[in-house]
Design a binder for this molecule. Sequence first.
Ligand code: PLP
Length: 359
Amino acid sequence: RAFNFSAGPAAIPTEVLERAQKELLNWNNYGCSVMELGHRTPDFQGILDNTEANFRKLLKIPANYKVLFMHGSASHQFSMVPMNFLAPGETANYLEMDHWSKMCIKEAKRFNDIHVEQGVRTNSDGQLELIPEDEWKLDEKGKYLHFTSNETIVGIQFQDDPNRFAGKLVSDMCSDILSRPIDIEKYALIYAGAQKNIGPSGMTVVIVREDLFESFQTERVPALFQYPYVSEKGSMPNTPPSFGIYFAGLVFEWLLERGGVEEMHRQNLEKANLLYDFVDQSDFYHSPVAKGSRSFMNVAIQMKDRSKEEQFLAEAREQHLIALKGHKTFGGLRASIYNAMTLDGVKTLIRFMERFERS
Ligand code: PLP
């Protein structure tokens, strides 16, 4: 297998794929695949319960928060959050950073008049940086503050949970969930599509504080889009993304066997620091993001001579280093180094970058 630096759908640990392959035709001696297993059977309920229990263990989710495994993508949550939280005339704060927060803001504006605050600026060196939270001008009447914890395309990441609006934070954690410990109690709701650190696309995980349910909107909100309804039905108001839930369970077990989220965080910082240190000392590559705001999941890299990008990507591909092209809206290179990327993968990339620079 190649070292896969795709931003998403992203690399999955080989051990997990091998286990899924082994269990594909005959899960647990049941005589069929999980894909073929009725979702109302006690066996599937066991898979779901186990997946949830391990997710709770990994992120230390308190009992007053519900975990929902939902169909669809993070983009569905862009609409579901304002639909559930905001009555007509109510407002919320949104931090605008890059592509994904902008998409989210666009959806929220369909429902309510929201307050948008800049979360990112360009510093005097021309690098992107997060605006410190004491400079945010927020509408105190806002029911929540929404932010994107890791902007996948440009590679900007909150290194820690913000303090402003603690208890009323809502976050899109698609591209960094399970990459570091989270102080869950600062959040009203967290959501993440599966396809980066959890498993195949098509499923989204939601963590939501239960006491908020009574204030959520139900008028004109389709039942399948109401968090309380999905919760009441135990994530199964209809046929759930059953294979995705099973697969997430395999990834969660893999994480627990390797020391959980704390250990992943240590490894993720080690991998990212190696790569950023290499880029910083080079005259050939540079980082478009300032220290302190850099993502340890998606490392954006630019080449001083951008005409060499295509050659870089083609030669990298030959060396089994795949999916290093930056997003079309930002260009350059991008190495997505989620939990599944090994230290060996990052070191192999650095050696290739060194050779390419020299040649
Ligand atoms: N939010 C972030 C931070 C993302 O990285 C992505 C996709 O890459 C999305 C939202 C959108 O996810 P989806 O395509 O599952 O709607």
